[in-house]
Write a protein that binds this ligand. Structure first.
Ligand code: NAD
Length: 468
């Protein structure tokens, strides 16, 4: 059984219970982490509180140097960490390396730089000086789908801002967080500045959220759990940042380059086996081009080779857990029951062992159907027709979510005009690339607050005015 990382040391949990970590490609148990207890949280929060004074008073540039060293170590160990993520999450190795490891190393480095360059106390408003101060002790709760990235998106800005952290990584894929904790241990963060308590959401997560000595909670996960976190945090009037679910739309206007747009839209839906909060799960296309698009989408889906994450040529690994596979299968059945047309994939197992789902495409999807409204979190894309541009915008905005999106058009100007009408936190214009320095977060039920870059750092800062 692994330990917890508390007050600068690897410590056994007060609870004897453990949680098996399963390789979703082989269905074998590969490790075991503690199912931590509220007592563990108590000790971790006390350590973080104790560390707050000195860490918040440490010059930001020094905090940045420690983060920079941590980023270098993640980069140095990228292959090892990628193997961990390919094994406990099931991401194809190439993606585990590039997207799940090298990208978060870059994000960590970006917060190291921001710690050194951000102006924490230079702003003037009339006769007042505005100070940006650390928000306090931060509780960070993360999901399994980007198991290193989600952790870095919270821990790096919190530490850069001067806030000690108590992290609860996901119980489903916790091993990358362990690799990061080892690195923080090695770089010599002062004891109590970074703490990690593994365990279950309703136990360890809720103990963190309810704890009166935690000043802020940053949560990434489902909207269901996010609601619970916000309600619990309200009792102690905590600052709360929520990165929740999505049901993002890819709107393809008639003058777009159809071949490129559909290929990119399918890629945007299937990334990380569709287990991506910002996945483009709804393709909204003009009625006149509908049949052509369905054909192109089926063709594109057919190129997603399902298989062992370590096999050459695998583009789609397994889903992260048996429960996740069941959830996706449930939605595929639901789509058919409600009259959508399955044109690729389905519920059949593509491989005998492992939590795999074939790349799936639904045509004939109407606004309001369950598969059009709810987050599936698997390799399933729904194609929805529109006639007027206003209707396309209405469909795109017609779910409770607003995390991401994409617009394809014959010109950037035309695509931007439609993107402005979407109630969502980010929109890729004609294939615009993800930018890890740009603000990331949701409108509506997709969350509160922003991660990454300067906006991500500012989440962890309180604001004080000195009237001079
Ligand atoms: P989840 O909500 O089940 O769990 C997320 C984390 O919260 C886990 O660590 C879990 O243990 C913990 N948790 C669960 N219940 C809790 C509770 N009552 N109190 C406190 N903590 C609790 O989500 P998941 O299945 O791990 O991840 C998938 C979800 O995450 C999807 O809905 C996805 O869209 C969302 N997500 C959002 C973003 C984003 O940036 N918006 C990014 C990645 C994933």
């Amino acid at each position: 059984m692994r330990h917890l990382y508390v007050n600068g040391t690897w410590t056994p949990s007060a609870s004897a219970e453990g949680i098996d970590v399963v390789n979703p490609a082989t269905e074998e148990v590969i490790d075991r982490v503690p199912a931590g207890s509220p007592d563990d949280v108590e000790v971790a929060v006390a350590a973080a509180r104790e560390a707050f004074g000195a860490w918040s008073a440490t010059p930001a540039a020094e905090r940045g140097k420690l983060l920079a060293t941590a980023a270098e170590l993640v980069t140095e160990r990228a292959e090892r960490i990628a193997r961990i993520i390919a094994t406990d999450l099931g991401a194809p190795y190439g993606i585990a390396l590039k997207v799940h490891t090298v990208m978060p190393a870059g994000v960590l480095a970006s917060f190291a730089r921001l710690a050194e360059t951000y102006d924490f106390d230079g702003e003037r408003v009339g006769n007042s000086r505005v100070l940006k101060e650390p928000a306090g002790v931060v509780g960070a709760i993360t999901p399994w789908n980007y198991p290193l990235h989600q952790v870095v998106c919270k821990v790096a800005p919190a530490l850069a801002a001067g806030c000690p952290v108590v992290l609860k990584p996901s119980e489903v894929a916790p091993l990358a967080a362990y690799a990061l904790a080892e690195i923080f241990d090695e770089v010599g963060l002062p004891p109590g500045v970074f703490n990690m308590v593994a365990g279950l959401g309703p136990v360890v997560g809720e103990a963190i959220v309810a704890h009166p000595e935690i000043d802020m909670v940053s949560f990434t996960g489902s909207t269901r759990a996010g609601r619970r976190v916000a309600a619990l945090a309200a009792e102690t009037v905590k600052r709360v940042a929520l990165e929740l679910g999505g049901k993002s739309a890819c709107v393809i206007l008639p003058d777009a380059d159809l071949g490129t747009a559909v290929k990119a839209a399918v890629a945007g839906a299937y990334i990380n086996s569709g287990q991506t909060c910002s996945a483009l799960t709804r393709m909204i296309v003009h009625r006149d081009q509908y049949d052509e698009v369905v054909g192109l989408a089926v063709e594109a889906a057919g190129r997603y080779t399902v298989g062992d994450p370590f096999a050459e040529g695998t583009r789609l690994g397994p889903l992260a857990s048996a429960a996740q596979r069941e959830r996706v299968v449930h939605y595929i059945n639901r789509g058919q029951e409600e009259g959508a047309r399955l044109v690729a994939g389905g519920t059949e197992r593509p491989l005998d062992v492992g939590y795999y789902v074939s790349p799936t495409v639904f045509a004939g999807v109407a606004p309001g159907m369950t598969i059009e409204q709810e987050e599936i979190f698997g390799p399933v894309v729904s194609i929805i027709p529109y006639v007027r541009e206003d209707e396309a915008v209405e469909i795109a905005n017609g779910t409770p979510y607003g995390l991401s999106g994409a617009v394809w058009a014959g010109s950037e100007e035309r695509a931007v005009a439609v993107a402005r009408r979407l109630r969502t936190g980010q929109v890729a214009i004609n294939g615009g690339r993800f930018n890890p320095m740009a603000p990331f977060g949701g409108y509506k039920h997709s969350g509160v607050g922003r991660e990454l870059g300067t906006y991500g750092l500012e989440e962890y800062l309180e604001i004080k005015a000195l009237h001079l």
